[in-house]
Design a protein around this ligand. Structure first.
Ligand code: B12
Ligand code: SF4
Length: 513
């Protein structure tokens, strides 16, 4: 019984930006008696069903965007006589769909870290169940990835998770509902060991692939402090202290390491946290700005964000502390108007964000937005046989890009204005100018330009364009850019690097808020 793990993707670029973490975590969770899993990441190379032998196990991880391709892989593997098992956020939400469309014998809901060995032993004994509950594993039980299985010279960034779950409740996001609102922070030693392992192999850029790196805000602490019962306050302080401990430990790692994470804008009001981030060399963060207007923020339950000039000030606070921002903006909110697109691009420029992504409002399963949208009449319309409420099952060439009629703009207008905003933001002179604010050497500025251009090709053009020729052209360009950019991101391996012994006496704990 050989184990295969497949990360599905419609487009293969030959070189990929970030290591898909789940593949290497599940490989580590696979007991030694089943041998080393055979890993296929389709962002690099296409899955070849010929490699499957009857009796093999094929594990496929899906999110909504790659579910359809995942189902094709599942059916092909089952046809070859494999036992097929699905996991990941989309399979967690729609286990029956994986069986109906993906040929699944079994589906794992939730985290795979602990339940995977049980699944495999049931398969080995011929006693497979059709559904397994992986649940929400405690931070201390997260399995560390087996990075020694990574193919050489294929990825630019490593990925290490430090926390799962997010206490917020944004209407367009599924994280707080699937991963929970309780932050599950991972053991600091385990995080550091994985980073050292990646640096040994020549990775110096690491994505901290967290839902929200800043789960306890100053406002949360102030509110908890007002309660009579001190328990909540003490719990929050403990979580905050752990974050500072992690950042102090990152500081002790080789100086050429660069980290990048995802964070809420509230961190701008916590200079102590931002200073610790800079010292830890967390040089960049995706900040979910979503909308630049108060009405837009209200529409997505994100009124803890700021709008207008207050927003500019908050975003600049990150820059001032040396944390470069990838601003994430959503277009197509009911409150948006044509001028919102230019106002957003203008604000992104003034706020000094280094990168930006402009995504079109899409109801993702598991979110409040999806639940409301699914009840409406648009979701019931069909494309061929498939209701729009299951849009991910529609082949991508026919899949609509806009999911709800907008009160003031046509679907095409929103798509074109979104595309135009990407094009304008990533024009070469703008990118070159922004590079100066981020890095100093010529080599680093060239790397900045390449990664900016690559980002736009991979996420904007292949995602927004409706014309398949443009999508194919973008994929080709992304392939070339990715192979050029890679050399700027890798470093000389440090095979002898040791995990630094924590300098406890030097560690600075946060001041009490
Ligand atoms: C890092 C990340 C990214 C990185 C991915 C880089 C990479 N190469 O991996 C980047 C930035 C590229 C990215 C992009 C996008 N992402 Co993203 N991303 C994440 C994030 C924050 C962490 C994922 C991660 O690595 N987790 C760590 C691993 C170990 O956990 P895991 O993948 O969940 O796997 C565990 C279980 O799910 C399970 N499991 C998973 N697969 C399998 C398979 C089997 C067989 C089994 C048994 C178990 C199992 O076991 C694993 C271990 O416990 C998640 C948030 C989240 N909570 O998942 C969002 C998330 C997955 N992303 C999301 C979205 C929406 C996107 C984008 C569509 C955003 C956009 N608009 O462009 C794009 C899609 C890109 C594409 N075309 O594929 C959504 C998906 C929602 C949905 N319903 O599908 C999430 C959940 C965030 C959110 N806000 O809701 N993302
Ligand atoms: S969008 Fe970010 S802040 Fe909002 S719930 Fe999701 S992970 Fe948390």
């Amino acid at each position: 019984m050989r184990i295969h793990l497949v990360n599905p993707s419609d487009v293969s670029f030959g070189t990929a930006v970030i290591t898909p973490r789940w593949l290497y975590v599940l490989a580590a969770a696979t007991p030694a008696e089943y041998g080393t899993p055979l890993i296929v990441d389709e962002t690099l190379e296409r899955f070849d069903p010929e490699r499957i032998l009857p009796g093999d196990v094929v594990g496929i991880g899906i999110h909504t965007a790659n579910a359809l391709r995942g189902y094709e892989v599942g059916r092909a593997a089952r046809k070859r006589g494999a036992t097929v098992v699905f996991g990941g956020v989309h399979a967690t939400l729609y286990p029956d769909e994986a069986r109906e469309h993906g040929g699944a014998h079994a589906v794992v809901k939730g985290d795979g870290d602990l339940v995977w060995s049980q699944v495999l032993s049931d398969f080995a004994e011929g006693a497979a169940r059709d559904l397994y509950e992986g649940g929400r594993v405690d931070g201390g039980d997260f399995v560390s990835a087996r990075w020694e299985l990574l193919p050489a010279d294929k990825y630019m960034w490593g990925s290490v998770q430090t926390v799962r779950g997010c206490p917020k409740h944004c209407s367009f996001c599924s994280v707080w509902r699937t991963d929970g609102q309780k932050p599950r922070q991972r053991n600091v030693d385990a995080v550091v060991r994985e980073i050292v392992e990646l640096r040994r192999r020549g990775f110096r850029f690491i994505l901290l692939s967290d839902d929200n790196f800043y789960p306890v805000t100053v406002a949360d602490l102030a509110m908890a402090k007002r309660r009579k019962d001190p328990t909540q306050y003490e719990n929050l302080q403990a979580l905050r202290a752990e974050r500072f401990e992690l950042m102090a430990r990152l500081q002790e790692l080789p100086e050429d390491l660069v980290f990048y994470t995802q964070i809420t804008m509230e961190a701008a009001e916590d200079p102590e946290f931002l200073t610790a981030m800079r010292k830890a060399r967390i040089r960049g963060a995706l900040v979910g700005v979503e909308s630049v207007t108060p009405e837009g923020l209200k529409a997505v339950y994100k009124d803890f964000n700021q709008s207008g000039e207050a927003l500019v000030v908050r975003l600049q606070a990150f820059q001032r502390h040396g944390v470069h921002v990838l601003g994430s903006f959503i277009f197509g909110l009911p409150t948006d108007r044509p001028h919102t697109f230019t106002a957003t691009a203008d604000l992104a420029g003034r706020a000094g964000v280094s990168f930006a992504q402009f995504v079109m409002l899409q109801p993702f399963p598991g979110t409040l937005d999806f639940a409301a949208w699914e009840k409406g009449s648009t979701a019931a319309t069909r494309v061929g046989e498939i209701p729009l409420a299951r849009y991910w099952l529609i082949p991508s060439a026919n899949r609509p890009k806009i999911y709800s009629p907008h009160p003031a703009m046509s679907a095409d207008e929103i798509r074109q204005l979104t595309q135009a905003t990407w094009d304008e933001f990533y024009r070469l002179p703008h990118v070159w100018k922004r590079s100066k604010g981020c890095v100093t050497s010529l080599k680093a500025r060239i790397a900045f330009v390449l990664i900016s251009k690559l980002y736009r090709q991979m996420y904007a053009n292949t995602g927004i364009a409706t014309d398949s020729a443009r999508v194919a052209r973008s994929a080709r360009r992304a392939r070339v850019l990715a192979s050029l950019a890679r050399r700027f991101f890798v470093a000389k391996p440090m095979p002898d690097l040791q995990v630094p012994v924590p300098a406890t006496s030097r560690r600075v704990l946060p001041s009490t808020v």
